[in-house]
Design a protein around this ligand. Structure first.
Ligand code: MLT
Length: 264
């Protein structure tokens, strides 16, 4: 659905009943990546799934910041009358989750961090981002899709499930340049969240595919060591988009996590 929130067009879904969980997508994706999780989990949780600015049906702002994305999530929660939610962020959605924790900790009941990392961009990563910015300006989203595809899915998925690869490529290609550019600036400018990890006091589960080359397992292990009381779940045979590559396994982990929180 679409709503005008803070004067701008926002696309989101609000499905199911119970305690709220907000699912935040990665780059350069959109809310539809969570369809399997919403299908499986909306019988026990109210699943709120926004498009971040410039993706899907949400209006772009370029450049954007992680803080802006985080504040947008809170404005959506306000719009829906939700005081506190479990925040489930994938990759860039995890960077948004860290910004949410820094800015609005009272709005977070628990965290699920999928295929993400705490650190800011290294010099090499910043160079790659600037190359992607140039590619987006030059070749549009098709160029960005081609450049990003090799890292998005695990080896097992690429070998056994080429249909998933086709679907993800189409999704990447459908992203619009202002959204891509806004997000690249947001990621370039994001702070190092490593010091944030030790401040997290809500229940946290960290999920990563064992074939993730963009945010390798070692990144999740470091977060697990630094976030007090966190759980780490490694999904075998999955890459960066574990929730799409092995949805049943990820849904099982999230379902157990929600049960441990006694979500109604
Ligand atoms: C994502 O999946 O959101 C991106 O790969 C994150 C990043 O490029 O750092």
């Amino acid at each position: 659905m679409i709503a005008w929130i803070g004067g701008r067009q926002t696309g989101f879904d609000d499905t199911g009943q119970g305690d709220p969980v907000v699912f935040v997508h990665g780059f350069p994706l959109r809310r539809s990546i969570w369809v399997s999780q919403v299908d499986a989990l909306s019988d026990r949780a109210r699943c709120v799934v926004p498009d971040l600015r410039g993706f899907g049906e949400s209006e772009a702002v370029d450049p954007c910041t992680m803080d802006r994305y985080a504040d947008d999530v809170v404005e959506l929660l306000d719009h829906l009358g939700i005081a506190r939610a479990v925040v489930c962020g994938l990759s860039m959605g995890g960077y948004v989750a860290f910004a949410l924790w820094r800015r609005h900790p009272s709005r977070i009941r628990a965290l699920a961090l999928l295929g993400t990392r705490a650190g800011a961009d290294s010099d090499a990563a910043a160079i790659r981002r600037r190359e992607l910015l140039a590619l987006a300006a030059d070749r549009g989203s098709a160029g960005v899709a081609d450049a990003m595809m090799p890292g998005m899915l695990g080896k097992s998925t690429r070998e056994r499930n080429p249909g998933i690869a086709d679907g993800i490529h189409a999704l990447l290609e459908s992203a619009e340049v202002p959204g891509i550019s806004g997000a690249l600036h947001a990621m370039l400018g994001r702070p190092d969240s490593t010091p944030t990890l030790g401040t997290i006091t809500v229940p946290t589960v960290i999920v990563v595919g064992d074939e993730d080359v963009l945010t390798p397992v070692a990144e999740s292990e470091r977060m697990h060591a630094a976030i007090p009381g966190s759980r780490l779940e490694v999904i075998s045979g999955a890459g960066h988009l574990a929730n799409i590559e092995r949805p049943a396994a990820v849904n099982h982990v999230l379902g157990e996590f929600f049960a441990s929180l006694h979500l109604t």
